[in-house]
Design a protein around this ligand. Structure first.
Ligand SMILES: [Zn+2]
Length: 283
């Protein structure tokens, strides 16, 4: 499925990676110097997308998946699709372990990345992920709730769009000038915050849609499961409670400390397969 309209102009595909037109959002990383040149695409990237060509047949734009979640009557009638998602990576250890899990299961996932963290991982891992059929999407540049969500609706729109602008500039500096992802996952989830309609409009102008989730392994809950079977039970329970069984978007994390998510994923993927789900990615 095509990824939808890819914008042109400052943030258009193929443009030189330039410094965004707003101050750099707060970050734990040293300041990002945009290269000011067109960056060669990483091996495995299909230009204009966030994935490789192998993923074309099961990649769905975030706007479509969001519509399915918001309005279940629009969901495909005769198939079950699951979108396994990982937030807060990439990290060499945990992203690497999840890639091993996905490969063994013949499954794929969408990785919502904190952009500056891609400086920490080997490019070969990102290429491997793309060639396996996964998608590399945008989670944030700052991942800073105070910066993103403080103040008026206009403040939020200004900061969230600035955060996105820096995130895509950072991603393009590593993944290539043709990288584009319509999928944006708000830190904490869109559902957790109010007065985001101006911000949503600012993102829409960039060709971007937000996407939350309707199921989870519970790995970021305060009262998270304490065993591997507990993670699988949480996935089953949240799918059941979502009352939305044909399209499932599962929240997980591949950042520091998420060892149990890595250990639980083989049984989660195997169960999803046994239930007849196809694995999709969000473009
Ligand atoms: Zn996050």
């Amino acid at each position: 499925m095509p990824s939808g309209a890819v914008p042109s102009g400052t943030y258009g595909v193929g443009a030189a990676v330039t410094k965004p037109n707003c101050p750099e959002p707060p970050s734990n990383y040293s300041p990002f110097q945009a290269p000011g040149t067109v960056v060669k695409d990483i091996d495995g990237l299909e230009p204009g997308t966030n994935h490789g060509t192998a993923a074309d047949k099961y990649a769905y734009p975030a706007s479509v998946v969001n519509q399915w979640l918001q309005k279940p009557s629009t969901q495909p009638k005769n198939k079950k699709i699951v979108f396994v998602t990982f937030d807060d990576g990439p990290t060499t250890k945990f992203t690497g372990e999840q890639l091993d899990n996905l490969e063994k299961a013949g499954a794929r996932a969408t990785f919502f990345m904190i952009a500056p963290q891609i400086r920490d991982v080997n490019k070969n891992m990102l290429t491997r992920s793309l060639k396996m059929g996964n998608a590399l999407a945008i989670h944030s540049y700052s991942h800073d709730y105070k910066y993103l969500y403080h103040g008026s609706a206009a403040d939020k729109a200004k900061h969230i769009s600035c955060d996105w602008d820096w995130a895509i500039a950072q991603n393009r500096a590593v993944l290539g000038s043709d990288y584009f992802s319509s999928a944006f996952r708000h830190p904490g989830g869109h559902m957790s915050w109010s007065n985001l309609s101006q911000s949503d409009a600012a993102l829409a102008k960039r060709g971007v849609s937000w996407i939350d989730w309707n199921a989870m392994s519970g790995d970021a809950d305060v009262q998270r499961p304490t065993t591997v079977p507990g993670y699988l039970e949480m996935v089953k329970k949240s799918i059941k409670e979502s009352d939305n069984p044909n399209v499932v978007v599962i929240l997980n994390h591949d950042t520091f400390g998420k060892q149990m998510t890595a250990e639980a994923m083989p049984s989660i993927l195997s169960w999803l397969k046994s239930q007849g789900y196809e694995f999709g990615v969000i473009s």
